[in-house]
Design a protein around this ligand. Structure first.
Ligand code: SF4
Length: 296
C-alpha cells in the first residue's frame, strides 16, 4: 500500500515513493496500459464466443525471467491513463459486448484501480476478472474484496529454489497459497451463468516449465492438500516458449513432462482445463501496440 513510508502494496514491499520514483515492479503512481482488446485465448468459460475484455497493464510485481510479455512487464511500453480514462475504457469494453472485464497483470495498480471499479461497478453488469501471478499480498486482496468476481491466479512454483531462480521470489509458494485462499474467501466456489460463463470463482493456472516436473507435481500436491477440489477450477498450460533470456529454460516442454503432470492432476481429481500439448505456441502473446488505450 502506498503510505508515507512508501509503497508496500505487493509482497516485494519495496517501499518506493511512487510519487517520485518507480518501484521494483517498474510502476509509479500513473496507471499505464499496453493494450485493450477482446481476448479469445483465455479458458472457454472466460473468453466464450464474444471474447474477454482484456486490459493489459504495464509493469509487473513478479517479473519472471521467462516472461512472454516482457515488453510490457518490464514497463518499457505503456500508455499513461487517468482514472477517468480507465473508467471510460471499462465502459467501452462493455459496449463491445465482451463477456467480462479482464484486468491482466494489474497488481501494481490495484490501489489506483479499486476506486475506479467502485465507481463504475453499478453501470457494468459483467464480471470483473483479475488475471494475476499468484504473488499477491493480503493487503492487496483486501483492497479488491467485493470489486472482483473472478480470480485467475497462476500457481507457478511449489519449490522455493525454482521461484528464487526464475522470479527472485523464494517466498512465492507460501505467498501464492495464502493468496489463493484469500481469493476463495472473497469470491467463493465457481458459479456459472446460463451461458456457461464463469460469473464467480477462481481458476488456478499452472504453466509446466521445462526441466521442472517436480515443481509442477508439488504444485498439484500443495493445491490438493490446501483446498477442497470443488473450491476452484484448475488449468494446466503447456505453452512455455523460450524468450531468449539466458537465465530461462531454452527449450519447450516434452510430451513426457506434460503428460506426467497432467496424469498426476487427473489422478488427484483436479477438474478444469488441460491445454492440448499441440497448442503450445507463442501465438498466445498478442502484439502490444497501445490499441484501445487512448480515446479516438
Ligand atoms: S507494487 Fe511495486 S512499488 Fe509497490 S511494493 Fe510492490 S514492487 Fe514496490
Amino acid at each position: 500500500m502506498a503510505t508515507s513510508s512508501g509503497c508496500h502494496l505487493c509482497p516485494r514491499s519495496c517501499g518506493a515513493d511512487r510519487n517520485a520514483e518507480t518501484g521494483v515492479c517498474g510502476a509509479d503512481n500513473t496507471i499505464r496500459i499496453a493494450k485493450v482488446m477482446p481476448h479469445f485465448w483465455e479458458e472457454p468459460c472466460v473468453s466464450g464466443t464474444r471474447g474477454s475484455g482484456a486490459v493489459f497493464f504495464s509493469c509487473c510485481t513478479l517479473r519472471c525471467v521467462y516472461c512472454q510479455n516482457r515488453t510490457i512487464s518490464s514497463g518499457k511500453f505503456g500508455v499513461p491513463v487517468s482514472q477517468n480514462r480507465l473508467a471510460e475504457i471499462f465502459s467501452e469494453l462493455r459496449g463491445m459486448n465482451v463477456h467480462n472485464i479482464n484486468l491482466v497483470s494489474a497488481d501494481q495498480y490495484a490501489a489506483l484501480i479499486a476506486p475506479v471499479l467502485r465507481k463504475v461497478r453499478k453501470n457494468i453488469d459483467i464480471p470483473v476478472v483479475f488475471n494475476c501471478s499468484g504473488y499477491e499480498s493480503k493487503e492487496m486482496l483486501d483492497i479488491l474484496d467485493g470489486l472482483v468476481d473472478v480470480y485467475l491466479p497462476d500457481f507457478k512454483y511449489s519449490d522455493s529454489g525454482t521461484a528464487a531462480v526464475y522470479s527472485d521470489a523464494p517466498d512465492y509458494p507460501g505467498v501464492a497459497l495464502s493468496a489463493i485462499g484469500r481469493m476463495l474467501d472473497s469470491v467463493g466456489k465457481p458459479r456459472f451463468d446460463s451461458d456457461g460463463m464463469l460469473s464467480k470463482g477462481v481458476i488456478v493456472r499452472h504453466l509446466v516449465l521445462p526441466g521442472h516436473r517436480k515443481n509442477s507435481l508439488g504444485v498439484i500436491e500443495s493445491l490438493c492438500s490446501a483446498f477442497s477440489l470443488d473450491d476452484f477450477i484448475f488449468s494446466l498450460m503447456s505453452q512455455y516458449t523460450p524468450n531468449g533470456d539466458e537465465r530461462a529454460p531454452s527449450r519447450r516442454i516434452t510430451h513426457f513432462e506434460y503428460e506426467s503432470v497432467a496424469n498426476k492432476a487427473i489422478s488427484y481429481g483436479l477438474k478444469g482445463y488441460f491445454q492440448q500439448f499441440s497448442s503450445a505456441d507463442a501465438s498466445y502473446t498478442p502484439e502490444f501496440d497501445g490499441r484501445g488505450v487512448l480515446k479516438v
